[in-house]
Write a protein that binds this ligand. Structure first.
Ligand code: MG
Ligand code: MG
Length: 270
């Protein structure tokens, strides 16, 4: 059911989104555990594809506007939308892996950034602040609140952590019977604005943060988004919903229970 263009899911539909979210969450956990120096990004894509298939799910990335992978693999100064291929990962690289899956027509979407071997402390800090911003964004969401409450919490978290760039050209989004739906969820802005946060709404929150300028450009492959100043970027994403009892992070294996508890926020899953 759509209200003013925003899809409101039934509890049963949210359960299907949880099933899709678990496929995505387990795929990312698998990729995190196997990614290593010497692997190509195409090998990661094959592992993800096999996993999605083994779970009886399908990929929402493959064929999306002609995209050729089931994951996006964005290395170092690549922010998002990198295409899996022949690039070989090396010690000291970071890779952002974005993955999605469909179960019974319902979508999940999440991303994580992983370091290959040792990386400089400032890169570790970049990854930590980006992931922290994601969780604090989700933790700021309340039934009856507004979408930009999330945006504001993401921005405030990054700003408080140091001199980072918040990419503004790409945003989080509504998700449900399609991967990308209204409303947009920007990673910056004043709180108390935008659509109301209601039961049955599902959102993908996805901060993209750089060590330098927030400006980006798209490579000649028409997909890969890189920072214009070549500074490195991190990208974390989860799909979540709000229930009567709190937030439920559909793409996190434990539903977000542990991270939300750390932030003193009630858990809304089961
Ligand atoms: Mg994604
Ligand atoms: Mg997304």
């Amino acid at each position: 059911m759509f209200e003013r263009g925003i899809e409101i899911k039934t509890p049963a539909q949210i359960e299907s989104m949880r099933a899709a979210g678990l496929v995505v969450g387990s795929a990312l956990a698998l990729l995190r555990s196997v990614v290593a120096s010497g692997m190509t990004t195409a090998e990661l894509d094959t592992i993800a594809h096999d996993h999605i298939r083994s779970q009886g799910a399908t990929s929402n990335f493959l064929g999306y506007h002609g995209f050729t992978g089931v994951i996006c693999t964005s290395v170092n100064d690549q922010v998002v939308h990198g295409i899996p291929g022949t690039r070989v990962l090396r010690d000291g690289d970071i890779i952002s892996i974005d993955c999605g899956a469909i179960v019974d027509g319902w979508h999940g979407d999440a991303a994580t950034t992983v370091a290959i071997g040792e990386v400089p402390d400032e890169v570790t800090a970049l990854m930590r602040v980006t992931e922290d911003a994601l969780w604090r964004g989700i933790a700021a969401a309340r039934l009856g609140g507004r979408v930009s409450d999330i945006s504001h919490a993401v921005e405030a978290t990054v700003d408080a952590a140091g001199d980072y760039g918040i990419v503004e050209g790409y945003t989080g989004h509504g998700i449900g019977s399609a991967m990308h739906q209204p409303p947009n969820v920007p990673n910056y802005g004043r709180p108390g604005r935008g659509p109301k946060l209601v039961k049955g709404l599902a959102l993908a929150v996805e901060p993209m943060v750089t060590l330098g300028s927030p400006e980006t450009r798209t490579l000649a492959d028409d997909w890969t988004v890189v920072t214009t100043d070549r500074s490195w970027a991190a990208h974390y994403e989860h799909t979540f919903t709000l229930t009567d009892t709190g937030a439920w992070v559909l793409t996190e294996l434990d539903g977000g229970k542990a991270r939300l508890a750390e932030l003193g926020v009630p858990y809304g899953g089961h």
